[in-house]
Design a protein around this ligand. Structure first.
Ligand SMILES: *Cc1c(COP(=O)(O)O)cnc(C)c1O
Length: 519
């Protein structure tokens, strides 16, 4: 690779300046990236970074059950503790350090303005147990955020409190269950397309519904005929709801969504939409116009609040008229100039309480900041650019990677499969591992499950063309190396990481979650 002055940025594999490059060092550290052992390996119970006075002797009120030997927690001195955790933190790959094209996750930039607003003392220092009369600004902010989210989705009502997407699904499905119970309905089947995120069937099953799968069509979408067939299977009249994702996890817009909604409604069922992919359509399509009854919004995806290891999620759920009455407490109520949080279910049809307090206040501040700083035109531009970027990658890679559902435009993420690599000995997993060596977080792999060797790439709108072009170049170079027979390189990857290829199956099947000296 050459820099802008045309000089090589690193030794080329196999070249003379690369002869001594084994990748291994005497210390285990690599180029100021420190190899960091576990706290248990470097610390000891005898070490501590704090100097506390001896605890006063008190009467043992534990009936002789008080521990009398040391608890044996491993300690470090203060400078060692600082280094230990700083080094660990430097091993985190994050959206702030590089491209993170993890499909279905919308890993986009978190504007710093959001953080600044969330740290304002009036938001950052308030406590959930403070009297409501002392936090009118926080309530007003929740109302304004609700108002935006309702306008953007075209829905009747909102439950702000769910803590993430999956929690939002639980909330929406609990509202549906409460509505069915209120009507004395025995319906107990939930239809879930094969391509759905695993949280969809898990949510339905957790609430005691039977999950019935709906196959995808050969173009990757769910057709109304397939839904009709699934409804007729084994009895038919028992379908409580469908859980559909739009755009779906293949990155495609469900074109028959209105017909599917009408079909489900016609039979008396409800339409849950997994709205995690709202980033593709925000400002352009209002889910309420599509006949949706409940949908979660991942503030940590579409509305740019920290994500993954970086911060708590927040998954507000918007509800249609039919479900509004069943929303969980607490919810906001406005009487003239006064805003209150309704905490009690008495006199309401609410299904109850979902979380201890009212949800993730810090995320509300960040999401509203994002919305207000973009405005409707900015949100519209963001979804447009998200879709454009995904299609740019699609256009630039489609001659070397196969699109499982034919050469059709994608929404905000593009799906490839590994069929173009067949015969090379290189799999989707190998390609993903080789990307790590190149400094890119891999795309989502092996999801959705309907596609063999799936690679789901979501660049988001916040990446520059330079970054996306570099990613495309790297993908193309790796794919040609695979075809040139460099299978071994791929099987060895990653080689530049602190740890090499891990036994992921072993880690999942036989996790060692507790350290002990014998391990
Ligand atoms: C992210 C995601 C979820 C779950 O959201 P969490 O906030 O991770 O719980 C559900 N469905 C889809 C399609 C998603 O992408």
């Amino acid at each position: 690779m050459l820099n802008r002055q045309g000089r090589k940025t690193r030794p080329e594999a196999g070249s003379e300046d690369n002869n001594n490059m084994t990748g291994e060092t005497h210390s285990g550290h690599k180029g100021l990236q420190m190899d960091e052992p576990l706290l248990f390996e470097i610390g000891s119970p005898a070490k501590t970074g704090v100097d506390l006075p001896d605890a006063p002797t008190v009467d043992d009120k534990l009936g002789g059950l008080a521990r009398d030997e040391e608890i044996g927690l491993y300690g470090l001195s203060e400078p060692e503790a600082v280094r230990h955790f700083v080094r660990l933190s430097q091993k985190n790959y994050a959206i702030d350090s590089g491209f993170y094209p993890l499909g279905s996750c919308t890993m986009k930039h978190n504007p710093r303005l959001n953080e600044k607003m969330a740290r304002l003392a009036g938001f950052g220092d308030i406590h959930p147990l403070q009297p409501l009369s002392s936090v009118p600004g926080a309530l007003k902010l929740m109302e304004e955020l609700s108002d935006w989210l309702l306008k953007l989705t075209g829905m009747a009502s909102i439950a702000l409190s769910p803590k993430a997407g999956a929690h939002g699904e639980l909330c929406g499905m609990m509202a549906i269950k409460a509505a069915l119970d209120a009507a004395g309905s025995p319906r107990d089947v939930v239809l879930v397309p094969e391509s759905a995120h695993g949280t969809n069937p898990a949510t339905a099953a957790l609430l005691g519904f039977k999950v019935r799968s709906v196959p995808a069509d050969k173009d990757g979408t769910v057709r109304v005929d397939a839904v009709r067939a699934a409804m007729k299977a084994e009895g038919g009249g028992d379908v409580a709801a469908i859980m559909l994702t739009n755009p779906n996890t293949c990155g495609l817009f469900e074109r028959e969504i209105k017909e599917i909604a009408d079909l489900i409604h016609g039979s008396g069922g409800y339409f849950y939409c997994d709205g995690a992919n709202f980033n593709a359509i925000v400002g352009r399509v209002r889910p309420g116009d599509l006949g949706i009854d409940a949908m979660h919004l991942n503030l940590h995806k579409t509305f740019s609040t920290p994500h993954g290891g970086g911060g708590p999620g927040s998954g507000p759920v918007v509800l249609s008229d039919r479900l509004a009455a069943f929303a969980p407490v607490p919810f906001l109520r406005r009487d003239g100039d006064t805003l209150t949080l309704v905490e009690e279910t008495d006199g309401t049809q609410s299904f109850g309480r979902l979380t201890a307090f009212h949800g993730q206040m810090g995320m509300y501040v960040r999401a509203l900041t994002y919305i207000l700083s973009h405005g409707i035109d900015g949100l519209n531009a963001a979804s447009g650019d998200a879709v454009l970027n995904a299609n740019y990658i699609r256009a630039k890679l489609k001659d070397v990677l196969n699109q499982p559902f034919g050469d059709q435009a994608s929404m905000h993420e593009v799906l490839f499969d590994e069929s173009s690599l067949s015969g090379t000995g290189v799999t989707t997993l190998d390609l993903a591992k080789a990307l790590i060596d190149e400094g890119f977080h891999p795309m989502t792999i092996y999801f959705p499950l309907v596609v063999k060797g799936a690679m789901l790439i979501e660049p988001t709108e916040s990446e520059s063309i330079e970054t996306i072009d570099q990613f495309i170049d790297v993908m193309r170079s790796l794919i040609s190396e695979a075809h040139e027979g460099q299978e071994d390189k791929f099987h060895a990857a990653p080689i530049h990481t602190p740890r090499r290829r891990l036994d992921e199956t072993g880690a999942a099947r036989k996790p060692i979650l507790r350290w002990n000296a014998e391990n």
